[in-house]
Design a binder for this molecule. Structure first.
Ligand code: CO8
Length: 259
């Protein structure tokens, strides 16, 4: 696997583990982090040996946001013409399942990066927020949209307009986080979930992810039609035959498709 400047990529069997690695800047997301993540995710989607991806940061910060020092001198024309942050869509469009393992600060772009992932697991130390308003800007990597879809208008407005942070318990109650674990168990918990997902049929996991994500993009009727077509199509796979045969024969499924 390629070496990167701002992230560390390791493999744990079929799981790719990405650790954001700018500790002095609390993992602030500069353009190099974006370039590294884009390259890594392109590799993960191509690599048949990767069944799921975990993204994590440090104990103090998942990521404290986009790099304010890098952004500060930018002009409207720089931002408009370069549109550099559009590259974050690459993470949201990843085809393999992704898990954010969040400890400490997940602010601004850090919260948005976590929300680009499919499953969000929080340490009890996690703090989420969209503090951009205090910098004279608004969220720019989907925060106003994905946060609102995840936790509803009332809390999203509260966070985006006041810039306050939300702890892990509040984030779980609000529906942003799927589970909370003690901080020292975070990585193991995320890797266990990732290994479980990576042990499933890869095409079925990818289609399941696509189907859930469709709920955010379309009407209920269209979403149901999409789900039904995908459901039908899975009866053409060996994995449906094997999964159901294993249940009937009271054994674990063997040889799910992993490529
Ligand atoms: N950018 C750059 N550097 C940062 C950032 C950041 N977002 N966050 C922390 N750092 C740096 C600090 O400057 C400091 O560096 P140095 O030691 O050289 O002074 C180092 O990290 C440690 O930080 P602190 O000393 O501030 O640590 P504290 O424990 O005192 O505070 C906080 C931690 C509360 C997290 C504090 O660092 C903080 O408030 N950080 C900024 C949080 C923030 O406002 N995030 C939002 C950024 S804007 C954004 O994300 C917009 C995304 C969308 C853009 C899309 C455009 C199209």
């Amino acid at each position: 696997m390629t070496d990167f400047e701002t992230i560390i990529v390791e493999r744990r069997e079929r799981v790719a583990l990405v650790t954001l690695n700018r500790p002095k800047a609390l993992n602030a997301l500069n353009f190099q982090v974006l370039a590294d993540l884009q390259a890594a995710f392109t590799e993960f989607d191509r690599d048949p040996a990767v069944g799921a991806v975990v993204i994590t940061g440090s104990a103090k910060a998942f990521a404290a946001g986009a790099d304010i020092k890098e952004m500060a001198p930018k002009t409207y024309m720089d931002m408009f013409l370069d549109d550099a942050f559009a590259g974050w869509d690459r993470i949201g469009c990843a085809r393999k399942p992704t898990i954010a393992a969040v400890a400490g600060y997940a602010l601004g772009g850090g919260c948005e990066l976590a929300m680009l992932c499919d499953i969000l697991i929080a340490a009890d130390t996690a703090k989420f927020g969209q503090p951009e308003i205090g910098l004279g800007i608004i969220p720019g990597i989907g925060g106003s949209q994905r946060l609102t879809r995840a936790i509803g208008k009332a809390k999203a407005m509260d966070l985006v307009l006041t810039g306050r942070t939300m702890d892990a318990e509040e984030a779980e109650r609000a529906g942003l986080v799927s589970r909370i674990v003690p901080a020292d168990e975070l990585l193991d918990a995320a890797l266990t979930v990732a290994a479980t997902v990576a042990g499933m049929s890869l095409p079925v996991a990818m289609i399941a992810k696509e189907s859930v994500n469709r709920a955010f993009e379309t009407t209920l009727a269209e979403g149901l039609r999409f789900e039904r077509r995908m459901f039908h199509s899975l009866f053409a796979t060996d994995d449906q035959k094997e999964g159901m045969a294993a249940f009937v024969e009271k054994r674990q499924p063997a040889n799910f498709t992993h490529r």
